[in-house]
Design a protein around this ligand. Sequence first.
Ligand code: PNS
Length: 164
Amino acid sequence: MTRVAVYPGSFDPLTNGHLDIIERSVELFDKLVVAVAHNQRKQALFSLEERIEMVRAVTDPARVVVDTIEGLLVDYARAKGARAVVRGLRAVADFEYEFQMTLMNRRLAPDVETVFLMTRDDHSFVSSSLVKEVASFGGKIDEFVPPLVAERLKKRIAERATQR
Ligand code: PNS
């Protein structure tokens, strides 16, 4: 039996915290699908295609499949034959949101289990939104994201600044 897991998220953009969850997940499952999704609650800085391309560029294609979710996560997981959805958990602040989504997903699809991996302590404060905020004020972000992402982020922020 092949154990397939889906790791969904906005990845706008991918951080070293996400990368750590990906690297640890591939050790636990036979196949990991990183599924980049549109989150209706968030305004994205990068398009879905850009986010997918960045994730592909920094992960091993032999071990990680990068894809996009069009509809519901649980429908996507079932279509991929995944019994598990992986999510990373940082501080207590993440808990309520994750708890609600997990219970909703379980109600929609009791056969799909959500598995949480606790963040590495040195990534516990790193989030895509904070990295974007720091970058937008010219702060140093290189230790929080892969070099390619840092480069794209600085470029996008500079482009946005000239558009204003
Ligand atoms: O990285 P994020 O933004 O916290 O990830 C949220 C994500 C993409 C996992 C969530 O928005 C999602 O599952 N979207 C797909 C649509 C869906 O199934 N929504 C209902 C969730 S209970």
